[in-house]
Write a protein that binds this ligand. Structure first.
Ligand SMILES: Nc1nc2c(ncn2[C@@H]2O[C@H](COP(=O)(O)OP(=O)(O)OP(=O)(O)O)[C@@H](O)[C@H]2O)c(=O)[nH]1
Ligand SMILES: [Mg+2]
Length: 403
């Protein structure tokens, strides 16, 4: 086992460097932002540093479950001893029972010790890759169990076929948002989420997308509303976007304001995009206040939760939980450009049964936004062989037939 530390200007480059130098077995344990180069602290550039471990010895996964047990248990010998004892004239039943018990214990220990080596090499390797991509333990186990169920021992020898299938399963687990049929005008689209994840920027991008017509649909008449009235800079931010894109913006403070503004739009507007105040998911009181104001949007409003792709798995779970009272239907994954690992988001969204509507991948308004697709997540997977044409064909078809 050897530790390594590598630096590079970007996350993706650093991972590429590590793979090149240390191979696929390299596991990244820690990453941090650093300043690279420069002279006496001047002219340094932003970069990342990653530390991890690499197993120089190829990992051996023994097919025989008992192979790695240090002292192999001779079952036949143990059985003979018990039978011999039972055959003796008048053996105490206690002595025989004790022997049986001791054999049982030995067997259990052997099973526990033997367990890690039971895993077929292919299954173990897929597990390592899922771990590297930040998939949750539960998600990884579910995939590994499914491999065991669907592949024979012989079929497991063909690693490439198994990994192609796993990529497909991951793609199938990405539940995509389906826009509802709009019965009421205007359609109200609310974006909630923690501070600084990119809500306002995303609202502006969406306004442009729908205002111009998305995927060949007709351009809609769009308005933006912000309930972020307290911070001057925040208000200015959305107003500036509104001016540039010629899309009117309203600022509201209370339930009543919001209700009146929406009622006013009912005649002429197709879509209202509501930007909200970034809140710490732990600030339950402020979240409750915001929920009260937003209830003016009515039960037909679609609430989406903005989540940054680089959020730690444990934080994602907490955020998703805390925002549950808003009845959000879907996730918008922001800042996908800032990470190369997408397993954390895919697992969390799949485990909570939510869907993903959009992804954003940069700061440029309005360019850096797209409708979520399974392919977009799959091409981000590290270490898997991705046949882009194949997955594009598979998932384009799945979308067409509404699978
Ligand atoms: N790299 C990257 N940066 C983004 C993306 N989306 C937004 N940002 C940046 O993230 C920062 C915060 O964006 P905002 O839209 O103001 O975030 P917010 O969620 O409205 O923030 P609060 O209102 O303060 O909670 C800005 O610098 C944006 O340019 C993205 O997809 N990728
Ligand atoms: Mg904002």
């Amino acid at each position: 086992m050897e530790y390594f530390t590598e630096q590079a200007p970007t996350h993706a480059e650093c991972i590429r460097k590590i793979k090149e130098k240390y191979g696929e077995n390299a596991k990244i344990l820690m990453k941090k932002s650093i300043r690279i180069g420069g002279f006496l602290g001047l002219f340094a550039k932003d970069g990342v540093e990653m530390t991890g471990i690499v197993n120089n010895e190829p990992i051996r996964y023994a097919a025989d479950p008992l192979k790695n047990v240090r002292k192999p248990l001779d079952l036949e010998e143990e059985k003979r001893k018990i039978l011999a004892m039972a055959g003796k004239p008048d053996p105490s039943i206690q002595t025989v029972l004790q022997e049986v018990r001791s054999l049982k214990e030995k067997l259990e220990t052997a099973q526990i010790q033997g367990k890690p080596s039971e895993e077929h090499q292919t299954i173990a390797k897929i597990g390592d890759l899922l771990y590297l991509n930040d998939f949750s333990h539960g998600y990884t186990q579910a995939i590994q169990n499914r491999i065991k169920k669907e592949f024979s021992l012989e079929a497991l020898e063909d690693y490439d076929t198994v990994q192609d299938k796993v990529v497909e399963w991951i793609g199938e687990s990405v539940n995509l948002y389906r826009e509802p049929d709009f019965k009421f005008r205007p359609r109200v689209f609310v974006l909630v989420g923690p501070t600084g994840v990119g809500k306002t920027t995303t609202i502006a991008k969406l306004a442009a997308l729908y205002g111009l017509g998305i995927n060949g649909t007709n351009p809609l008449s769009v308005r933006m509303i912000t309930i972020d009235n307290y911070r001057i800079a925040a208000k200015q931010q959305i107003e500036t976007y509104g001016e540039i894109m010629q899309i009117p913006v309203s600022c509201v403070e209370t339930y009543e304001d919001l209700r009146k503004t929406l009622a006013m739009y009912a005649q002429e507007v197709d879509l209202v995009l509501v930007d909200t105040i970034g809140k710490s998911p732990r600030d339950a009181v402020k979240l409750a206040e915001m929920k009260q104001i937003l209830s003016a949007c009515g039960s037909g409003a679609e609430v989406h939760l903005a989540l940054s792709a680089s959020t730690k798995s444990s934080d994602i779970k907490e955020i998703m939980q805390q925002y549950e009272p808003f009845n959000y239907r879907s996730i918008i994954v922001t800042k996908l450009d800032e990470t190369s690992r997408v397993g954390n988001i895919i697992s969390a969204v799949a485990e909570r049964g939510k869907s993903i509507s959009f992804i954003t991948n940069g700061q440029r308004v309005p360019q850096d936004i797209e409708q979520a697709t399974a392919v977009r997540f799959l091409i981000n997977l590290e270490g898997f062989r991705i046949n882009r044409q194949r997955i594009e064909e598979k998932f384009a078809l799945a979308q067409q037939v509404g699978l």
